[in-house]
Design a binder for this molecule. Structure first.
Ligand code: R5P
Length: 270
């Protein structure tokens, strides 16, 4: 692997645990001003020191993230559909690899829509993005989007989507945790990170999801709503770090969370 590509990957993954805690704040590109991400700058600022990488669009990066911050950037480069349309799969590449290089990002990310109306286009776009990423030394993360059809989030579907993404050359894959997750991991020869999905009933449920995902072979998380829609986002991120990097049990992670909560709801980080 090229030095630049290796260096970018190394900046996102801890040398100790070989895992990554990515903070996802790219939802607005198709969901608009999502709950608790309306003022992205204020939401992101206290979380940045605790993230191994930030998944974001170029608009929010330029406007809401200080250029002096050392956090590695995973730049979302696909878009073109919103929640007002039934078919979210009608995406194209909306940010060039040249722009990604100019923004000094550590990786680019795009959604792939396996089984959706625009499956073909998204997979061809992934291949093209990988070609461009290889040339520029920038890793590509494929995101296995499942749109509104939540019932598709089973191991058979996700194993297919992850494997296809890896076959087309993506260096990382973001997917969802599911029953039989080891089958998804087994069939995917590149590192997987898991999204959290919509806010779960409790912080504990999100910690349990992360614990299971890491135990079953994920190399980290790329989580959004279960962090910044929590009443205690910084505490939640620290508790997730304990799970992903320090092998904490859910109970130990809950102790981290409860310890941080004394700092107050939606407290800023020290
Ligand atoms: C979708 O908007 C993005 O791919 C998100 O980054 C991804 O879904 C992770 O965020 P969450 O944990 O909120 O699902």
């Amino acid at each position: 692997m090229d030095w630049g590509m290796e260096n970018r990957l190394a900046r996102m993954f801890s040398p100790g645990s070989r895992n990554s805690v990515m903070l996802a704040v790219d939802h607005g590109y198709f969901m608009g001003p999502t709950h608790h991400l309306e003022d992205a700058r204020t939401t992101i600022a206290p979380l940045l020191p605790h993230a191994d990488a930030l998944a974001v669009t170029r608009g929010i990066l330029r406007r809401c993230v200080p250029s002096q911050d050392p956090v590695p950037i995973v730049l979302r480069v696909s878009g073109g559909a919103t929640i007002l349309k039934d078919d979210l799969s009608d995406e194209k590449i909306t940010t060039s690899i040249r722009e990604a290089a100019r923004l000094n990002v550590c990786a680019v990310a795009m959604s792939v829509f396996v089984g959706a109306p625009h499956e073909h286009e998204s997979l061809v776009h992934l291949g093209e993005l990988v070609d461009q990423g290889e040339e520029a030394g920038i890793p590509v993360m494929a995101i296995t989007a499942v749109g509104k059809e939540l019932e598709k989030r089973d191991a058979r579907y996700l194993a297919l989507a992850c494997r296809v993404s890896a076959e087309l050359g993506s260096h990382l894959v973001k997917t969802y945790y599911c029953d039989d997750f080891p089958k998804v991991v087994e069939g995917c020869p590149v590192p997987l990170v898991v999204a959290g999905g919509p806010k779960l009933d409790s912080d504990r449920a999100a910690l349990e999801l992360a614990r299971r995902a890491i135990d079953e072979g994920a190399h980290g998380i790329d989580m959004g709503r279960n962090i910044w829609q929590s009443d205690h986002p910084v505490a939640m991120l620290k508790a997730l770090r304990a799970i992903v990097h320090e092998k904490a049990t859910v109970r130990e992670a809950m102790d981290v969370l409860d310890g941080e909560k004394v700092r107050g709801p939606r407290a800023a980080a020290a």
